[in-house]
Design a protein around this ligand. Structure first.
Ligand SMILES: [Zn+2]
Length: 740
């Protein structure tokens, strides 16, 4: 489960998998951020200078060789969630945090976790009998690839099943693919489907197969998307070799993530559990991932119609869709889905003036196998960041606000460790959380990308300007912007036009920010350095792969620690929070306009009141501008009162706090406690995963869903609720200001 992977991959083969891209920000204010010594947003000039000096001291600490050593230790053994090896990594993280001077504790949860009881049996039974290997080959150059503890290939929360049926190739296994098959009169009811990975979350493929009446679902990595058509395969190159398959959860996390038996509540002793039959996040059919080497044995004999548009992959024969009785397969899965203990590691750095305001940083630690890229590049960065914070603490620094550093467990099965912690601390987080900063994959290559709520766009762009990109020596921002421009058509990069701001994507589903943003309404970001990453969720995502391809010098690990820490310091220490709702209103307007276009194409534009949402967005935009103006005034008052040493200072500070709280309340106001239609756990009215979009966000989720369903009553109601949420956010900002 990973968005960073999707982003890394997007550049390569999942072009335009996001429905919306963030709008271009061309405001005059942004130009000032390019000046190195510019006053930090939310600081007085004096405080800004002190903070910049503090940041410099911090950024001098994270080291490449430190990150390399962490990664070596964390990836020695496979450490699937809930195993003794996972526990060892929790102790490693806890002990390093303590060594650096931070207080850190384990937090346990008892959750439902999926393991294979026996390896899956998959065989072709007609036209000939052939059992598939379903095993990633040991590679002599990669010592860990021969470990006996590598978990067999499986999909987390696949049902146990034993089915024999004709096989149908369903392309990416999404609704449009099934529509194409229906036009060919190919029915998948009672059949086993084989889908290729890509274009959505694998759990969506399982769900759509189930909805269409399939009795089993095989998911494979096609070489066109994820293999030799991208380049040399491992160990010659970074791409997926013939026997490698992508493990991964098929939990229906778009209904709710986290422990399947305790939605909305923490999985601790005493919490009532629902039954497995009641758990809407659990698939009911057997699902199995396979390699393209194995898939070839199944796809080559298929007959029936030849490749509808877009169905052909990279194997060397024309793809037929099958569904005929002469090609049949036998799939037998045997899963052990049981309650197991998981271990989050939570470190807390007590704040000073505002210790009851929290900044939360998180990365998951558990992996399908060794997880060098996903997720332990992020763990290594987190530990180097912690070492930096530890140094600052030794020098006498105390953050204004309390900082949490979290090492989550069981993300891979369904964002479980973060979701349970967020649910356990829901009331505190709703009151106190300033932001959640997620890094899952810190490094798969050199290309920076970010997703966030628009509140943090300015901050991300400003911070990336102050961290050096190891390869180019330019700022991370500049390298990011230039890399993005390379992939754009000429027209956009004409001489004379000022370069676009680098794009920041909307958050969807796929890493540990989900509970914070989409359940609780906490402003969030997710970021990483991507690249040619072809070993996702395989046994080859190893220390050797990272050392050869991902980040041989480990300089990008250190850069991520510097960047993550810089953003954290600015948020933890700023007298005035930098959250910007002007950008948020712009983003909402873009979402609405996109949605209106889609509705017009479907002749549904009259079914809802788009103007009410746009008016609410305008109101939010106006309130944001007033809040920013008052904030700058108050900062000015604080700065001037310092000079005069008069008593306006404490009053201005108190008013700033109220203003800050209104910036948190505005994001919270975008949630609705009744939740989204059919999935009450998801409460944010602007951001959620779609039922079918997988990792990608489906902005204005209920409205988009209603339009997809052609349900005009739902569309009308969803639009009203979205407009009301935006108006509540505007009201929250208004409430935060006092008239002078
Ligand atoms: Zn991950």
């Amino acid at each position: 489960m990973k968005t960073t992977w999707m982003r890394a991959a997007a550049a390569l083969f999942l072009v335009n998998q996001l429905f919306f891209s963030a709008p271009v920000v061309t405001r005059a204010q942004d130009a000032t951020a390019t000046t190195q010594a510019a006053t930090l947003d939310g600081y007085t000039p004096d405080e800004s200078a002190a903070e910049r000096a503090l940041e410099d001291r911090f950024r001098a600490v994270p080291r490449a060789d430190g990150a390399r050593e962490h990664l070596r230790q964390l990836t020695k053994e496979a450490h699937l969630a809930g195993t003794p090896e996972d526990y060892q990594t929790a102790l490693y993280v806890r002990d390093r945090l303590r060594e650096y001077g931070l207080s850190a504790e384990l937090r346990e949860y008892q959750v439902l976790l999926p393991y294979p009881r026996t390896p899956t049996l998959l065989e072709l039974v007609a036209p000939r009998r052939e059992r598939l290997a379903l095993k990633e080959a040991a590679i002599p150059e990669d010592p860990t690839s021969s470990s006996p503890k590598i978990v067999p290939l499986y999909n987390g929360y696949s049902a146990t099943g034993d089915v024999t049926a004709p096989l149908v190739y369903v392309n990416y296994g999404l609704p449009a693919d099934y529509d194409a098959l229906k036009k060919l009169n190919v029915d998948v009811r009672g059949k086993i489907v084989i889908a290729r990975y890509g274009h959505s979350y694998r759990g969506v493929k399982a769900r759509v197969a189930e909805e269409n009446g399939a009795v089993g679902c095989i998911i494979y990595s096609d070489p066109a998307d994820d293999g030799y058509m991208q380049g040399d395969v491992y160990p010659q190159g970074p791409w997926r070799p013939e026997t490698s398959a992508q493990r991964g959860s098929v939990q229906y996390g778009f209904i709710y993530p986290g422990d399947p038996l305790t939605p909305g509540t923490p999985a601790i002793p005493g919490t009532p559990r629902i039954s497995r039959e009641q758990a809407a996040s659990l698939p009911k059919l057997p699902v199995q991932p396979i390699s393209y080497g194995d898939a070839r044995r199944l796809l080559e004999p298929l007959r029936g119609p030849v490749r509808p548009n877009g169905f052909q992959g990279g194997l060397p024969f024309p793809y037929h869709v099958g569904g005929t009785p002469d090609v049949r397969v036998h799939l037998k899965t045997d899963m052990d889905i049981r309650t197991a203990t998981i271990w989050d590691v939570i470190a807390r750095i007590e704040g000073d003036a505002e210790k009851d305001r929290w900044l939360v940083l998180g990365n998951h630690r558990d992996a399908w196998v060794f997880g060098a890229v996903d997720p332990n590049s992020g763990t290594a960065a987190l530990l180097e960041l912690a070492r930096g914070f530890g140094e600052l603490l030794k020098q006498g620094w105390k953050p204004r606000r309390t900082i949490y550093l979290c090492s989550w467990d069981a993300e891979e099965q369904g964002l479980i460790g973060s979701t349970e912690w967020a649910e356990e601390n829901a009331n505190d987080l709703k009151e106190k959380a300033v932001a959640y900063l997620n890094v899952d994959v810190a490094v798969a290559g050199p290309n920076y990308s970010a997703s966030s709520t628009p509140t943090l766009w300015r901050l991300i762009r400003a911070a990336t300007r102050d961290v050096r990109d190891p390869k180019t020596g330019k700022s991370v921002y500049q390298a990011w912007q230039e890399h993005e421009r390379e992939g754009q058509p000429e027209a956009d990069t004409e001489a004379g036009t000022s370069p676009r701001e680098a794009r920041i994507d909307p958050l969807g589903f796929g890493s540990d920010y989900t509970a914070f943003l989409e359940h609780l309404g906490v402003t969030s970001l997710d970021m990483g350095f991507g690249g040619d990453y072809g070993v996702y969720h395989s046994a080859y995502d190893s220390f050797t792969w990272m050392s050869k391809f991902g980040d041989p010098s480990f300089a990008y690990h250190a850069a991520m620690a510097q960047l993550w820490g810089t953003i954290a310091l600015r948020l933890a220490d700023a007298p005035a929070l930098p959250h910007d709702y002007g950008d948020y209103a712009d983003q909402i307007r873009d979402f609405v306009n996109e949605t209106v276009k889609t509705a017009q194409r479907r002749k549904l534009a009259d079914s809802f009141d788009a103007k009410a949402i746009l008016d609410a967005a305008k109101e939010l935009s106006d309130e944001a501008a007033r809040t920013r103006a008052q904030r700058d005034e108050l900062l000015d008052t604080v700065a001037r009162s310092r000079v005069r040493a008069d008593d306006t200072h404490p009053r201005a500070v108190a008013r700033l706090r109220k203003l800050n709280d209104s910036l948190l309340a505005a994001e919270r106001a975008l949630t609705d406690p009744t939740g989204l239609r059919g999935r009450p756990w998801y409460q944010h009215q602007i951001y959620a995963p779609g039922f079918y979009t997988g990792y990608a966000a489906q902005p204005l989720p209920d409205l988009r869903q209603a339009i997809d369903d052609r349900n005009t009553a739902n569309a009308r109601e969803a639009a009203q609720r979205i407009a009301a949420a935006i108006r509540r956010a505007a009201q929250a900002l208004r409430d935060g200001r006092e008239s002078n």
